[in-house]
Design a protein around this ligand. Structure first.
Ligand code: T68
Length: 818
């Protein structure tokens, strides 16, 4: 389906790979490891990619284009080899070339460590967005942190999660380019001095206590079709050149090493998100470090073609991916006022035009705040600026609209006057940004109505929605090549760019021949997964069973415990009645828990222990299996998603901002069993309610039930199956010799009030699964549903999300590359 965009044919490609194996890798065909062959392949790819990178950068400079700068503490890139080959149109050429060398491309791709510089949905969204920006030909830069260790590698030992360090670049990474010419110095700590200038004006001067060096690493981002190659620029911290050589020379080797180690700590590790803000000084410094580096970089580039700041806002858009980069706001104010000499109002006008903010959560405990005393110590000048922004806002906006209303003032203030006083980052974002968006229709509505109702009253035009999306290049074309080929055969080659073109597949949804082709591919993907499951867990599963998959970070609101409770109930039914009528089912989980989140880790343990018992129980004749896949990550998702029959999207309504796994699974023909939450609602609209299985309380019903006073014990006593399953957790049935090891799950669901209404939704969830079971038995019906799902989710292409951002927020123009 692909035609190579570049002139290399398979012969030339093969020669290039061998050439790089010898000259770049310094080895030979006879003794080269797989890793060396993979590296040589990457160098060959880079050869073509760098040309496009250079022409993109030259064109952007020459045309002096407006660009968006996507500030994100996380970019979950995964692997890049197959992705880059597909986007360059060279996948099949490379595959053939390697075949002639007796090498298998897919096998070599397994050599690449995932770039896991993110926790989950938020980080992966950033990765999909920069793919789409390049694909659509928009000038854009991703800015983030060059973590030495990405999200921890998860091992499962005796059922429990153990965190091991991730070392994605231990042996070098072929995709990153160090740019020493663009290094930045970043001040920290110290104090603020007030000085009187010759013009009698008061100036503030920050006298920092330390300076850290920021070293940029660029990852080229190849758009599909490879016209535009943008960059993702990630900052690494090092000891600055002010590094104390005197100390070093006078024998203070250890002291000087300490300073070096401290500086390097800043970009050492990604914080695992536990949806609550750990009050860590280092995390604040990380945020400031990458924002300050990025702003200086933007400023440097801007000044190449401008001598004043009139064109700054027209040229520069900065998107804040959640509140993590909020400190960029006072930093830009500081740069413009203290360093560039602008007046407050001029600087503020620029900031309010430049910044916009995406909210990804409504959970109150996940809204970032920082103690004022910490700000004062680390960023004294920024705190002053925040106070000034706040004072002006409260006086000019709040007092003007609600004169004398101190309750509203207290609520909207950037400073929470509790003990200790704290800086509310979301308030600072909303006050400054010209646009604030949620990530799915329902979420954006709740952002306006429940999270920021007063801000919405003040500035109704500020709030908007951009429903998330995912790149179909990675999440269909690359991860499910057989299905991609079938689609290309059926509707032509346009769909990876225009996913709506797949709607044309719908007319074959009833066609038995097409159904067979479609389901044969699903079956083949399942067979491949069976092998991966065996290799990773030792568990035997049958590809004839329904593959029911829940893959996402572990959190109580995502309700993996609801899935587990239902599995236990099914198991019990099978024990009580060996003829219990159900199609064999494999429940597959993939999930990491934040290391400090106790209940989440207990849920992982419970899934593994319950699974162990079920998988080894001959009485149920393999009708039920439970698989927990260790170390869930992007590259594992690429294997799981194409093999899924059922997609579990079962969050308590109102808690999942959007979800993006739901989109990827539907795109690959899985049927959603889901609540009316986040983007599930829009998926159901697109595929039709007949083609997904919706259950459970709605947002409104959740609110009502909570207002009425929810008591999980009512459900426990009223439903004997719930009671029996929960009581089972008190015994040692699943943990022989260790009764009560799984009790914390029961406690959370009863004693601690079941915050996420698991028991309230249980009966509906059970009914929904019965519907899934009966639908699956009707082969033609199921095939039709699966086809309609894959063919109807064009809306969830991240290209559409990007066009929505462009139209509502960024107002960029496409740029043709010479
Ligand atoms: C997710 N948020 C939302 N947060 O939960 C999900 N990291 O509904 C949505 O689809 C997705 O964002 C994209 O919009 C996250 O993934 C984080 O990972 C996080 C939170 C705090 C700190 C660090």
């Amino acid at each position: 389906m692909e035609k190579p965009l570049f002139t290399l044919d398979k012969e030339e490609f093969r020669k290039e790979v061998v050439h790089h194996l010898r000259t770049t890798l310094g080895t030979s065909e006879i003794k080269a490891s797989k890793q060396a062959w993979w590296m040589a392949t990457c160098v060959t790819i880079n050869h073509m990619l760098f040309e496009r990178l250079t022409s993109t950068q030259q064109t952007h400079l020459k045309k002096d284009t407006r660009a968006v700068h996507y500030f994100s503490a996380e970019f979950l890139m995964g692997r890049l080899t197959a992705n880059n080959l597909h986007n360059l149109g060279l996948y099949k050429v490379c595959e053939e070339a390697l075949k002639d060398l007796d090498l298998d491309l897919a096998d070599l791709c397994e050599e690449e460590p995932d770039m896991a510089l993110g926790n989950g949905g938020l980080g992966r969204l950033a990765a999909c967005f920069i793919d789409s920006l390049a694909t659509l030909g928009y000038p854009a830069l991703g800015y983030g942190l060059h973590y030495e260790h990405g999200l921890f590698r998860q091992e499962i030992r005796d059922g429990r999660q153990v965190e091991r360090p991730d070392s994605w670049r231990e042996y070098g990474n072929p995709w990153e380019i160090c740019r020493p010419e663009s290094v930045q110095d970043i001040p920290l700590y110290g104090y603020v001095e007030t000085v009187f200038g010759d013009d009698c004006k008061v100036r503030k001067v920050w006298r920092p206590g330390r300076v850290i060096k920021g070293v940029p690493w660029d990852i080229p981002i190849v758009g599909f079709g490879a016209q535009t190659v943008n960059i993702l620029r990630l900052w690494e911290s090092r000891a600055s050149d002010f590094f104390d050589w005197d100390v070093f020379n006078h024998g203070g080797y250890v002291d000087s090493q300490k300073e070096k180690a401290e500086a390097e700590t800043i970009s050492k590790v990604l914080y695992p998100n536990d949806e609550t803000e750990a009050g860590k000084e280092l995390r604040l410094i990380q945020q400031y470090f990458f924002c300050a580096c990025s702003l200086k970089d933007i400023m440097r580039r801007y000044k190449r073609t401008h001598t004043d700041f009139k064109a700054f806002a027209p040229q520069i858009a900065i998107q804040l991916n959640d509140t993590h980069p909020t400190v960029a706001i006072p930093e830009l104010m500081r740069e413009l006022i203290d360093e560039e000499g602008l007046e407050w109002q001029e600087a503020w006008d620029i900031c309010t035009k430049v910044f916009s903010y995406t909210n990804h959560t409504l959970l109150p405990e996940a809204l970032e705040t920082w103690p004022v005393y910490l700000f004062e110590r680390v960023l004294p000048r920024h705190l002053e600026i925040i106070y000034e922004i706040n004072a002006r806002f409260l006086k000019n906006e709040v007092d003007a609209k609600w004169p004398g209303n101190n309750d509203i003032k207290r609520k909207l203030s950037i400073i929470d006057e509790g003990n200790p006083r704290r800086v509310r980052m979301a308030n600072l974002c909303v006050i400054t940004s010209h646009k604030v968006n949620g990530v799915a229709e329902i979420h954006s509505k709740l952002v306006k109505e429940d999270l920021f109702p007063e801000f919405n009253e003040l500035w109704p035009d500020k709030f908007c929605n951009v429903t998330n999306g995912v790149t179909p290049r990675r999440w269909l074309l690359s991860c499910n090549q057989e299905l991609a080929d079938l689609f290309t055969e059926t509707v032509g080659t346009a769909w990876p760019l225009n996913l709506d073109a797949l709607r044309a597949v719908n007319k074959f949804a009833d066609d038995p021949a097409f159904q067979k082709k479609f389901m044969d591919i699903k079956q083949h993907n399942k067979q491949k997964l069976v092998k991966v499951i065996k290799a990773e867990t030792g568990i035997d599963v049958s590809a004839e069973a329904i593959f029911d998959i829940q893959i996402k970070r572990l959190h109580e609101y995502k309700r993996q415990q609801l899935n587990l409770l239902h599995i236990m109930v099914l198991y019990r039914r099978l024990l009580l009645n060996p003829d219990y009528d159900m199609h064999p089912r494999v429940f597959i989980f993939g999930s990491k828990a934040a290391p400090g989140y106790r209940v989440a880790k207990d849920i992982i343990y419970a899934i593994n222990k319950v699974g162990e018992r079920i998988n080894n129980d001959p009485r149920i004749k393999d009708k039920l299996k439970v698989v927990f896949m260790p170390n869930y990550r992007v590259s594992l998702a690429e294997k799981l998603i194409p093999a899924a029959d059922v997609s579990e999207q079962i969050s308590t309504a109102g808690y999942e901002a959007s979800g993006t796994g739901n989109m990827k699974l539907a795109m690959n023909g899985a049927i959603t069993i889901g609540t009316l939450d986040g983007a599930n609602i829009e998926i159901a609209e697109e595929v039709g309610e007949d083609n997904c299985v919706i259950f459970g309380l709605t947002v409104e019903q959740v609110k009502e039930l909570k207002a009425r006073g929810y008591n999980p014990w009512d459900y426990y006593y009223a439903n004997p199956e719930i009671k029996a399953a929960l009581d089972w957790l008190d015994t040692d049935y699943f943990t022989p010799g260790h009764p009560g090891e799984l009790q914390s799950i029961k406690k959370a669901l009863l004693d601690y009030g079941d915050t996420y209404l698991t028991l309230a939704d249980f009966a509906a969830y059970d009914e929904a699964h019965k519907r899934v079971d009966s639908l699956y038995r009707d082969k033609a019906r199921w095939a039709k549903m699966a086809i309609i799902n894959a063919a109807s989710v064009g809306k969830f292409n991240s290209d559409r999300s990007i066009e929505d951002y462009i139209r509502q927020i960024w107002h960029l123009e496409k740029c043709d590359i010479a």
